[in-house]
Design a protein around this ligand. Structure first.
Ligand code: CAA
Length: 257
């Protein structure tokens, strides 16, 4: 498939999606959202892919939803179409994803990064939810995922003032897992993705699902769900190979089934 707004490639077992609307700082429009869904679906179905990296340019991961596309919309347009309800490909995907963020990750851009399972930021990254300055509120999870990620105090600060935070602050408050020099961003993100993709895929997909559930379930339910999943993985080739390799003092070779 050819894409208008994305550059999509496969590197070993890693699927790489680069947002590519440079003139609009990678603002998310309906075409980009549709293409993101198609790219994720293709990687999801591909047994050769174990992890997905989403990235942008050095200047912008994405500067938000496309304001030019949104400006003329009415309430009824949005309500009837359930606008943006399916702009959540990384969150829906059962395979893990890494957002490799350089430059602006604002509004829908910050929300897209938060839909990924972890965020690795370049030292020039800037995060924010500036929707309030446009007379609206975040619509792709900015009030919900941000609050769960960084807590109420910081989330209120960002969502109510619309200010940006730099990479160091984003790491301090737990939004991003690592901050690296801009020149090393893709190497670090790809190495992390390759590591994840080298594991047993059922274990990786289960681990992602379990950590996601930690945000949604009461602790007792989450612990029960985790134990069931832990039991179930003993039915996989991955468990047999992983433990046998440890006992034989060799590296495991997962066949991903
Ligand atoms: N939508 C559409 N176009 C955008 C855009 C966006 N979100 N962000 C930037 N652009 C465009 C600009 O209009 C400009 O295009 P033109 O040259 O045709 O005018 C181009 O990208 C370059 O932008 P700037 O000249 O503004 O670049 P800058 O370096 O001076 O500023 C910036 C960068 C601070 C990110 C600034 O562009 C900005 O504030 N952008 C908007 C950020 C924003 O408000 N995002 C939230 C959108 S709402 C949302 O996302 C809702 C949701 O929850 C889903």
């Amino acid at each position: 498939m050819t894409y208008e707004t994305l550059i999509v490639e496969t590197v070993g077992r890693v699927g790489v999606i680069r947002l590519n609307r440079p003139k609009a700082l990678n603002a998310l429009n309906s075409t980009l959202a549709d293409e993101l869904r198609a790219a994720f679906a293709a990687f999801e179905q591909d047994d050769g892919i174990g992890c997905i990296v989403v990235t942008g340019s050095e200047k912008a991961f994405a500067a938000g939803a496309d304001i030019k596309e949104m400006a003329p919309r009415s309430f009824i347009d949005n309500f009837s179409a359930n606008y943006m309800a399916n702009w959540d490909s990384p969150a829906r995907s059962r395979k893990p994803s890494i957002a490799a963020v350089a430059g602006f990750a604002l509004g829908g851009g910050c929300e897209l990064a938060m839909q990924c399972d972890l965020i690795i930021a370049a030292d020039n990254a800037r995060f924010g939810q500036p929707e309030i300055t446009l007379g609206i509120v975040p619509g792709l999870g900015g009030t919900q995922r941000m609050t769960r990620a960084v807590g109420k105090a910081k989330a209120m600060d960002l969502v109510l003032t619309g200010r940006m935070m730099d990479a160091a602050e984003a790491e301090r408050c737990g939004l991003v897992s690592r901050v690296v020099p801009l020149a090393e961003l893709m190497d670090v993100a790809m190495t992390a993705a390759e590591t994840i993709a080298s594991m047993s895929l059922p274990a990786v997909m289960t681990a992602k699902e379990l950590v996601q559930r930690a945000h949604e379930l009461p602790l007792a339910e989450g612990l029960r769900f985790e134990r069931r999943a832990f039991h179930a993985l003993f039915g996989t080739d991955g468990q047999r190979e992983g433990m046998q390799a440890f006992l034989e003092k060799r590296k495991p070779q997962f066949n991903r089934a």
